[in-house]
Design a protein around this ligand. Structure first.
Ligand code: FAD
Length: 501
């Protein structure tokens, strides 16, 4: 085997050989090549599947041969197509000669989720049900208090459980609880990033450090999903309880209903694909310039769909690559979709304090501490900010875009968070306020991108030191005057004003 070093690693179903190319021993290269072991029987071929770096084997062992189906516990990747976790479940099910059933069971206690978020999630469920039906995959929708996954696995007699990876702490706690109790093997699949996040090994300092690593992995991982069909169609056991995909899953739940659903975004895979096509057809070519113009509708607006897993990054990236847009436009968009988004995933995965002010770099903490006692001529309470009652019409417009439409333009998000820092009694308080508002009103809130974005604006994460100034210390500053020179802020303000009437 010229140029490769065979390494033996023990994996739960036996032994898989992993061949590491020579270049990975050289500085600057980070590529591992997984070579398939010879597949002699079913177990070996399952062994082969778990060699995939997207898969985390949480409970090892051989699938229960007498079990009746493979269960896919759908959480983060709420879609029936281009879903790597579903493909893993399907490949395993086809190998084992079993059908596959998808279990989706929303609960009312997901931190900071409110009616706006649940409404969007619900809108996506009929698309999941229809897509799975077309692939001969079972689908069982339940809801709190009938959300118990372990009980479901017993009811359908699961032989293997597959779930989604997610870098956020709460779903990780759920997965760990399941791992302790589940009676069959349990694997989770990192399907909502292009490059499996564990391959990036540690917290990456900034886009410039993660970019070369991500780019070196793209040929290996930016590939079309196979979307295999089920060889054995699912036939539900008699009397298996399940809800209609069109039902109101929130009925009777004690959730925050003060944040209303929005009209401008409709959840679901079909709508996500429509927006993707529209973006590629009419906006992508101008993306490098228009993406910095909040007064223009120049971005994809796919972030809520990515957050809920109604569309995956592979689908978007491959469609953009295949398009006839100028290469510069494709590169600018893929930088945001892949490098920036996966930098945020890396931040959340390797920094357990991602929801806290403490997550920032030392230089920023030192500098903010030196300016903690600076006079703050303008201070607003959280309630004033929430109601968009500041002296700054541009900031108020941004806040209203978020509360009224469930989405804010990226350029405005930067300004919005910087001003919260300027108008709060402390940087720590500003951090909490920005997180609170972002997670409450944005449809794409409660997402690694939000934690990274707020940490960037308020505590210098992934940024460098700038000129020192009051309150901000060495953190990057943004002013109304400076950003108003870069786009037509008056047009943006007027558009948002029209929304309010
Ligand atoms: P497009 O420009 O069309 O980009 C396509 C995709 O690339 C986006 O959907 C998103 O997944 C990714 N992307 C784009 N810009 C960024 C970026 N700067 N960082 C990371 N990924 C990016 N994004 C969220 O998804 N949820 C949030 O809660 C969130 N909060 C933010 C808060 C602050 C203070 C800041 C500065 C940024 C925040 N972002 C957040 C990142 C970014 O603003 C949004 O992802 C983007 O505006 C979504 O619009 P779009 O889908 O039209 O993006």
């Amino acid at each position: 085997m010229v140029g490769t070093v065979p390494i033996e690693i023990k994996v739960p179903l036996g032994t898989t050989e992993v061949y590491v190319s020579w270049p990975c021993l050289l500085p600057g290269s980070h590529r591992l090549h997984y070579r398939r072991p010879p597949a002699s029987n079913k177990m070996n071929r399952l062994d082969d599947i778990i060699g995939d770096p997207r898969i985390v084997v949480r409970r090892p062992g051989e699938p229960k041969t007498t079990g009746k189906c493979v269960v896919y516990w759908m959480q983060r990747s709420q879609r029936a197509f281009d879903n790597p976790a579903l493909d893993v479940a399907m490949t395993a099910a086809n190998l084992l000669g079993k059908p596959i059933v998808v279990f989706l069971a929303p609960v009312p206690f997901y931190p900071r989720a409110n009616l706006r978020h649940y409404a969007f999630l619900m809108q996506g469920i009929p698309d999941i049900a229809e897509g799975l039906r077309r692939r001969s995959i079972g689908f069982v929708l339940r809801r709190y208090p009938e959300h118990n996954l372990l009980q479901f696995c017993e009811e359908v007699d699961a032989c293997l459980l597959i779930g989604d990876e997610n870098p956020m702490l709460e779903p990780e706690r759920w997965r760990q609880a399941v791992t302790k109790k589940v009676q069959v093997p349990f694997w989770s699949v990192d399907g909502d990033v292009i490059v499996p996040s564990r391959l990036l090994e540690k917290a990456q300092f900034a886009a410039r450090t993660i970019r070369p690593r991500i780019h070196s992995y793209l040929p290996q991982f930016l590939k079309k999903q196979a979307n295999p069909r089920a060889k054995v169609p699912w036939k539900p056991p008699k009397a298996l309880r399940q809800l209609d995909p069109e039902c109101d899953i929130t009925e009777g739940w004690d959730i925050d209903r003060s944040v209303l659903p929005v009209k401008g975004f409709h959840g679901g895979a079909i709508e996500a694909m429509r927006l993707l096509r529209r973006f590629i057809r009419s906006k992508l070519k101008d993306y490098p310039i228009h993406r910095n113009h909040p007064e223009l509708d120049g971005t994809s607006k796919l972030s809520p769909y990515l957050h809920f897993g109604h569309i995956g990054p592979h689908t978007i990236a491959l469609a953009v690559q295949r398009s006839h847009a100028p290469e510069k436009a494709k590169a600018a968009f893929l930088e945001e979709l892949i490098v920036r988004r996966e930098l945020a995933v890396n931040f959340v995965r390797f920094n357990p304090e991602y929801e806290s002010f403490a997550s920032g770099p030392q230089w920023a903490h030192r500098s903010l501490a030196e300016h903690a006692r600076d006079r703050r001529p303008i201070l607003y309470s959280r309630a004033q900010l929430e109601k968009a009652e500041t002296h700054d019409p541009l900031w108020n417009a941004a806040q209203k875009q978020m509360t009224l439409t469930g989405w804010m333009h990226n350029y405005m998000r930067m300004y919005w968070a910087k001003k919260i820092l300027e108008w709060s009694p402390s940087a720590a308080r500003a951090y909490e306020t920005a997180l609170y508002l972002n997670d409450k009103y944005e449809l794409d809130g409660r997402d690694p991108n939000g934690y990274e974005g707020i940490a960037w604006a308020i505590v210098g994460k992934s940024d460098r030191a700038w000129f020192e100034r009051p309150i901000f210390g060495k953190l990057r500053y943004m002013s109304f005057a400076s950003i108003s020179r870069k786009f037509d802020s008056q047009s943006y303000i007027s558009q948002i004003e029209r929304l309010s009437h």
